[in-house]
Design a protein around this ligand. Structure first.
Ligand SMILES: [Zn+2]
Length: 268
């Protein structure tokens, strides 16, 4: 069985983007729209009648998507071990999806080759209760996602809480936690360094000294430089260290500079 064409194969991507609060992927028109004049050739465009209410509906949409995704991911978490292949519907997810299906009634038909096609209903939006409508739209997208192979490839980064899909279908449990591509490296460096690790302050000073003379030439302003160094240090930091801000760099400027000259002199 497959889904009808009104649910294109990119639905899992739209699901992921909306989970990460990407503005473009949150559907429009969950609240009433009105026409506003625009220069030709458009002549008009559509804008929510009530901007505040529209924002509320969009927030509700993302919050509901996340609660569904989190509940789904959690069914495969056992302590620090994550088993995406063990995920199943929790009681409350089951209730949500079944209640949705009972009201919205997906339909069945056959395509030219004789295959069964599941027709997902076009949900009519009840503008009197836009929040409920937004939550309904979220359940629909979650249902489509569940029908895709991405159901066992969805993860939530333990550090930044961003959602991502793994590149490959996982074969078994993941023992060292799940981290997005940005934090994966830091997480594994953390594990291998656990024993021989320097105290946090030393680690930060050293990272700062390492990149001190590497800052791009286009940055000539001291404030900007501190900002850049702080970002570099944060990238290399272990997961359990607090991130630094640019004023940390400014405060330790002399120490960092001295250490950079001593330990990491540039070939000049
Ligand atoms: Zn992350």
């Amino acid at each position: 069985m497959h889904l009808d064409d009104s649910f294109p194969p990119d639905a899992p991507w739209r699901f992921l983007m909306a989970l990460n609060d990407s503005y473009m992927f949150i559907p429009n028109g969950m609240t009433e729209l009105m026409r506003v004049p625009a220069p030709p050739p458009l002549n008009y465009w559509l804008r929510p009648k009530d901007e505040a209410l529209d924002q509320k509906a969009r927030k509700a949409y993302v919050a509901h998507l996340r609660s569904l995704a989190d509940a789904w991911i959690n069914t495969g978490r056992h302590g620090s071990v994550e088993s995406p292949l063990d995920r199943k519907l929790s009681r409350s997810l089951r209730q949500t999806l079944r209640a949705w299906a009972a009201v919205n009634r997906p339909d069945i038909t056959f395509d030219d080759s004789g295959e069964t096609v599941l027709l997902m209903p076009v949900t009519k939006i009840d503008y009197r209760s836009p929040i409920a409508a937004a939550e309904n739209a979220a359940v629909l997208l979650f249902g489509v996602f569940l029908d895709s192979p991405f159901r066992s490839r969805l993860f939530k980064c333990l550090r930044c809480e961003a959602y991502y899909y793994s590149e490959r279908q996982p074969r078994g449990p993941i023992k060292h936690g799940t981290y997005c591509p940005l934090h994966r490296h830091a997480a594994s460096a953390d594990r291998s360094n656990e024993r021989k690790r320097l105290p946090e302050r030393e680690q930060k000073l050293d990272l700062a000294a390492q990149c001190w003379n590497r800052w791009p030439k286009r940055i000539t302003d001291e404030g900007q430089q501190a900002e850049w160094v702080a970002a570099e240090v944060n990238r290399g930091l272990g997961l359990d260290c607090a991130e630094i801000k640019r004023n940390w760099v400014t405060r330790h400027r002399a120490t960092i500079q001295e250490r950079a000259e001593r330990r990491y002199p540039t070939a000049r």
